[in-house]
Design a protein around this ligand. Structure first.
Ligand code: FMN
Length: 189
């Protein structure tokens, strides 16, 4: 039997009262309904003094990133970019991102966070990560979810997520095998 893939869901926002929780919770419900994944959560709040020992917190974040075979970054758009807290989290380690796929769920105003996603593609290329073309996007996000946190257009949102997940899984499986066969860091320029 094939080993389960571990997917890390990465929160893009560390803002108090963040909408990110609603979007992440929806994604988690859908992820848990899909078999074959182990899910870990990676939250920039861990770097914001939300826990007492910041060094321990950073180490545990790095361990979670290291154990992941793939990432789903759930990001809002702030001033046509992505949040500073997400950049801090991404920059907190280097090699644990290498040779792994990244999928995106974005949200925001009219652009649905897509400008943040396009910038993140450049960032992840520098980290030797592979970004997946297909993504899920919620424009005018505050009008997209009911009070219980369910999207009004649930079938459409789920369909987008499933496509992105299939792509992510393909890359995750392929790159897990490749990393096991040949250490990625062993390549010289
Ligand atoms: C500092 C700031 C800047 C924002 N800039 C944009 C923007 O450029 N484009 C956009 O579509 N939405 C923008 N928004 C709206 C956010 O995408 C929206 O409020 C989202 O819910 C924020 O995510 P969060 O609540 O999880 O932090 C901005 C919000 C904040 C707080």
């Amino acid at each position: 039997m094939r080993e389960k893939l571990t997917i890390a869901v990465v929160y893009g926002s560390a803002r108090q009262g963040r909408f990110c929780d609603t979007v992440v919770n929806w994604a988690l419900t859908e992820l848990w309904a899909e078999s074959g994944f182990r899910v870990v959560l990676v939250d920039p709040l861990q770097l914001k003094g939300a826990v007492e020992d910041a060094a321990v917190s950073e180490a545990s974040l790095e361990a979670k990133i290291a154990e992941a075979d793939a990432f789903i970054v759930v990001t809002p758009e702030y001033n046509h970019g992505y949040p500073a807290a997400l950049k801090e989290l991404i920059d907190s380690c280097y090699e644990p991102w290498h040779a792994k796929p990244v999928g995106f769920i974005s949200y925001g105003g009219v652009s649905g966070g897509l400008r943040a996603v396009e910038q993140l593609r450049q960032v992840f290329a520098e980290l030797h990560a592979v970004t997946v073309r297909d993504s899920v996007s919620f424009s005018n996000v505050w009008a997209q979810f009911d009070a219980a946190g369910n999207p009004f257009k649930a079938a459409e949102a789920k369909a987008g997520l499933i496509v992105m997940l299939r792509r992510l899984k393909w890359w995750a499986r392929a790159l897990k095998v490749a990393r096991a066969e040949n250490a990625y860091g062993g390549v010289t320029a």
